[in-house]
Write a protein that binds this ligand. Sequence first.
Ligand SMILES: Nc1nc2c(c(=O)[nH]1)N[C@H]1C(S)=C(S)[C@@H](COP(=O)(O)OP(=O)(O)OC[C@H]3O[C@@H](n4cnc5c(=O)[nH]c(N)nc54)[C@H](O)[C@@H]3O)O[C@H]1N2
Ligand SMILES: Nc1nc2c(c(=O)[nH]1)N[C@H]1C(S)=C(S)[C@@H](COP(=O)(O)OP(=O)(O)OC[C@H]3O[C@@H](n4cnc5c(=O)[nH]c(N)nc54)[C@H](O)[C@@H]3O)O[C@H]1N2
Ligand code: SF4
Ligand SMILES: [Mo]
Length: 792
Amino acid sequence: MPETRTIINGPASVPANAKDVPTVCVFCTHNCSLTVDVKDNVITAIRGDESNPNTGGYMCNKAQAIPNYVNHAQRLEHPLKRMPDGQYQRISWDQAISEISAKLNGIRKKHAPRAIAMFGLGGQGNHMDAFGALPFMFSINSPIFFNALGQEKTQHALVWRHMYRAGPDIYLPADEAKSDYVLVMGTNPLVSNRGLKPVDEYRKLASDAGRKLVVIDPRVSETAKKADRHIRVKPGGDAYLLMGFVATILQEGLQDKAYIASRVNGFEELAEGFKAVDPRKMAAYAGVSHDDLVLTAREFAAAPSACIAWDLGVEHTVNSTLNSYLINVMLLITGNAGREKGNLFVQQFGPRGLYLEKQAKALVSGIGAIPFILPVGMFSPNLVAEEIQNKHPDRIRALIVDSTNPLVSYADTKALKAAFEELELMVVIEVAMTETARVADYVLPAPVGYEKWEYATFPHLHFTPQLRPPVVKGPQEALPEQEIYYRLTRAMGLVPKAPGVLHLLARKARSPLGAPVYLGALSALAAVRGGGLYPILGRIMTWLYETLGTTLPSPALAPLWLLCQGYALTHRKALNRAMPEARGHKNPFAAGELVFKELLAHPEGFLAGELPIEDNFKVGCRHPDRKARIYHAQWVADIQKLAATSPSQQDPSYPFVLNGGLRTGWTANTIVRDPAWRKGKGPHCAVLMHPSDAASLGVADGAMVRLETRRGHLVGPAKFDANTAMGHLQIPNGFGVEYPDPVTGKLTPVGMLVNSIVDIKDRDPYTGIPHTKYIRCRVVASDELSLQKVPA
Ligand SMILES: Nc1nc2c(c(=O)[nH]1)N[C@H]1C(S)=C(S)[C@@H](COP(=O)(O)OP(=O)(O)OC[C@H]3O[C@@H](n4cnc5c(=O)[nH]c(N)nc54)[C@H](O)[C@@H]3O)O[C@H]1N2
Ligand SMILES: Nc1nc2c(c(=O)[nH]1)N[C@H]1C(S)=C(S)[C@@H](COP(=O)(O)OP(=O)(O)OC[C@H]3O[C@@H](n4cnc5c(=O)[nH]c(N)nc54)[C@H](O)[C@@H]3O)O[C@H]1N2
Ligand code: SF4
Ligand SMILES: [Mo]
């Protein structure tokens, strides 16, 4: 038996004791490279790894909680099936695969391929599941895919598709480390670690008298405390503020005329559209001083270089697509998009992303799927319930949930739960028995990100891929996601067994001539069976796993080999710049193989490509004339509408705005379930409010309050926070999971489940992104002592 089969069928073989093993932290997108020590199959020490070219030793307190993610009371160890009495029974993998595939086939054949939907994938640091899940969905021929990015980031991809014709592999972050003028909007990088080594970089920025930091945030955040200027915008007021900035720059003629002439198309129409925008009024609507608005706009335009760092504060809120559009307008009119010290286009490792015009549409809202990071379009989790609960014959009837916990993480717990109950089949692929797993028909156990080969694919300025082998052994029966999808694909008969010749050719695929022969045969044999792009891609990826996979240390690595080949074919200049030895290889497949070998040899990560900064605009802007489309008729019309009407008056029955998801040093989404990882004085989950608001409500620090919205209520402790603006409230994100009490074993809620009071319909019209940072609510003193449980 080759070694690979033991990896497929059981836990990876790793030594039970080891020192300095390279890996990554999977708790946020910073993906800090680490070295860990392992004793008796337990991770015992965790250190930042200086040898990684991207994160270079950076890490935060949360990495120390990795052992709590790996070992806890809710780890899944066996496939489970829900029985008629609601209890879960352990079943074999064979039974799980055959029952699930029979049900999926029934639904696919009786209704439509799109009646089967995928929810999740990826998460913060374990992205290998997508290499199995997407081919599986391709093979079914279903484009219905819901992902976390669809509730925070797809508006940028939508805007970039229009403005730059950007593929899904592009991102446009701020070059904070070098910029002369850093405008931070709705993000608190000192706590959330957004950006690159933000704690180090913002410290340097704050102490450099020649550079300026302006923070736009209703709260005096940790980052705002370091700012030269802090603009305390009203919650949800950012669109007005941005409109005021743009109008000031245009009306005062401060735009970068040379840059606009060479790189921007549609400027005249945009300028015309902004004539109706009055900066003084915008300042009032945004709740900021006119002086601050005008001064900031002038400084931003005049600075030798300026950038905008943004995140959830302008995304999880009203006007999130417009905010994204306006941020890009600001960057373009001041000449700061696609340049060093401004906002730089960065790219994902792998083949250059394709711009695919045609995208699936949601049945009920008509909102289109938006491709981002992954080549297939994704929908917002806010659309999933209505896509299940409708009368269309093609509606969703089966849902596969992988690496996500919607009943805690996504808006409107009750609405989601009700929709899930209408499904004919729900399968959860997880590492833990989550709230969502507890309503599934089948629950399938996967190894955590330290028990299998893993890879994270977020884009960076330079190509710095890092493929990590497992560092500890997982539960005997946990199967890597790719293997689960492979078994389902085969059991459903979606893809036949790979033709024998591919096994033969796979053995030579890692040679310069063997690679094109293998890839040629693989694509030709997959295409000859027809069925359109999706099924052909499904066959290619399935057979790649089945044939090349068996020649590698783990079959899960086969897609990485393809990624390296695609990278070498489409990013040759960047590759040659970083790896001079690649220059000697005329044959691109030899260069691809070189990259793959380096990837295997360097689990600590390595520099695989450097993008030329001078050409940065061209990296992102892929319109044939290399000019950004700054004008968008619908968005400009929306802007004019906003400018003409004062923001809706606060509803007197819900006078507060709740930020339902503040990042703190003790939150990591819902990844770490065991609350024991949190140290220091609690409560870690509380309703943060200004002491004056608390005084007028008659609430003492630490006393219980009841928070009410149109959708429900929550009870939790109040915490005085002078940094929070009056009329504003904050609750940390990632709470509301249920974990067994260490003494009684009874499932006990850990903090408040914010999403139980968020209305699924409060969302952006273009993307479906929720207004989680703009939850209208009221708050009253409460004598209830216990925290709110998940509503039934
Ligand atoms: N510690 C920790 N770090 C994390 C995570 C975690 O759970 N814990 N999660 C990771 C993930 S998934 C994400 S997406 C990122 C998110 O990272 P961030 O977006 O940086 O974090 P948040 O705390 O959600 O929000 C940032 C800021 O938005 C402000 N804000 C609220 N409302 C408004 C508004 O109307 N306008 C403006 N301008 N600002 C507003 C808040 O006061 C806060 O300071 O963090 C990542 N990093
Ligand atoms: N109210 C409110 N809601 C929010 C937010 C907020 O600020 N406020 N933030 C939103 C944001 S920005 C995000 S990104 C989402 C994140 O929310 P989710 O999509 O739920 O992602 P996570 O909480 O990161 O992890 C989800 C699940 O992945 C499982 N998991 C971990 N490792 C693996 C693995 O290797 N394989 C498999 N199969 N599963 C694994 C974990 O056990 C966990 O249950 O939450 C969103 N929800
Ligand atoms: S949680 Fe902290 S250690 Fe982990 S990746 Fe993010 S910044 Fe790094
Ligand atoms: Mo996120």
